[in-house]
Design a protein. Sequence first.
Length: 105
Amino acid sequence: MQKLLGQIKERRLTLGLKQHDMMLRVGMSRQQYQRLESKGNPRLDTLELIASGLKSELLLVPNEKLRAVLSILAEDTTRSTEPKHSSNQKSLADDPWQGILGNEE
């Protein structure tokens, strides 16, 4: 659970939000949010609400696909510095999940 709570905090900070800002985004007080982020055990519907407030999605990733998904997410941060692909080749921006499920065309 601590790993997920850490990811929630990291995403909030990435968006430049304070815990108080979450009150407006998800409808809970700063104290409630602070408690949840530090040591909470939120219900699934609360997690979905927080994910929405952080412009994110909850997603289960199969362990055997985790490395590939993390690789794609890491590439996303460097994509803006990479040269554009030719028009015949799909870029990760067009299809970030290409090949992940083994259904290459």
